[in-house]
Design a protein around this ligand. Structure first.
Ligand SMILES: Nc1ncnc2c1ncn2[C@@H]1O[C@H](COP(=O)(O)OP(=O)(O)OP(=O)(O)O)[C@@H](O)[C@H]1O
Length: 279
């Protein structure tokens, strides 16, 4: 197995009385595709937010590339080589496709303040290089639409692709994708699968939160399963799929949802209501 890139140990996140993440320990190796799955509210996004510095863990440590980054600011963690996408797109709607990708790169373009103020030759060389590189990443993700149009005019699936291009333009060593297949159609999911494999092929580790189990089972080398903030299983897709603890966690969550739904309907219809609850 290749080198450990991310090492998360005993990480916990607390929101008032809720332990969103409760003693999570896992590792990601260079260039591997690892998925983090679990029922709604299991703590997956909270774990991502801790790793990327958006939340401060209440306990535990996060080490990336051998350097402890626990509790550092998001910008510092991003600069150390971790890029991410979000469950809800965070693009600049009025900016063009190209400018959205270039915006992701400004952390690493070497220009000083005066270059930018005075638009020196070095400034223009930097801008040209940035534009060429943005095109390269847009080619890589397969973005075929007009790149000079405002991004808000693009179909949703294409916007998702641009968000990945922007994250890649930071030249990360690890890319965290939070539900990248949400809202995509069948063909778009197939292209996403291929894209994730090509990203890993570049040696970039891909860590995926995803509810589409078909996609997860096909693309992942390993899977970490969370339930109520705790890791309940870890292993290959085949091992995880047949793990009784995993099956039970998902069935339990379904039961919980069905129960909540039944209570909601009962409250709406009141005693003697006529709505039947489907089980
Ligand atoms: N900012 C917050 N403040 C308070 N509670 C939060 C916050 N973020 C998450 N939680 C709670 O922490 C728990 C874990 O939520 P989280 O969003 O991490 O789960 P998830 O596994 O990503 O869920 P989903 O699959 O629905 O996105 C939930 O009980 C949630 O309500």
């Amino acid at each position: 197995m290749s080198k450990v890139l991310l090492d998360v140990r005993d990480m916990a996140v607390q929101f008032g009385g809720v332990r969103a993440v409760d003693g999570l320990t896992f590792r990601v190796h260079e260039g591997e595709v690892l998925s983090v799955i679990g029922p709604n509210g299991a703590g997956k996004t909270s774990a991502f937010n801790c790793i990327t510095g958006f939340y401060k863990p209440s306990a535990g440590s996060v080490t990336f590339g051998g350097v402890r980054v626990t509790g550092r600011r998001p910008a510092v963690i991003a600069a150390s080589g971790i890029a991410r996408t979000f469950q809800n797109l965070r693009l600049f709607g009025d900016l063009t496709v190209l400018d959205n990708v270039r915006a992701g790169m400004h952390v690493r373009i070497r220009q000083n303040f005066l270059d930018a103020m005075l638009h020196t030759p070095r400034y223009w060389r930097g801008e040209d290089a940035a534009t060429a590189e943005a095109h390269r990443w847009l080619d890589f993700v397969g973005m075929e639409h007009d790149r000079t149009a405002p991004i808000r005019n693009l179909p949703y699936g294409e916007q998702r692709r641009v968000e990945i291009a922007r994250a890649l333009a930071r030249e990360p060593r690890m890319l965290l994708l939070d539900e990248p297949a949400a809202g995509l159609n069948h063909g778009e999911k197939a292209r996403l699968l291929d894209l994730m494999r090509r990203i890993a092929g570049l040696g970039i580790a891909v860590v995926l939160i995803e509810h589409d189990m078909g996609l997860v089972m096909e693309v992942s080398e390993r899977i970490v399963v969370l339930s109520h903030g705790k890791e309940i299983a870890e292993g290959t897709p085949a091992a995880v799929r047949s793990d009784p603890a995993v099956i039970e966690a998902y069935l339990g969550a379904e039961d919980e949802e069905a129960h909540v739904e039944a209570e909601r309907i009962a409250a709406e219809t009141g005693p003697g209501g006529t709505t039947e609850v489907q089980r």
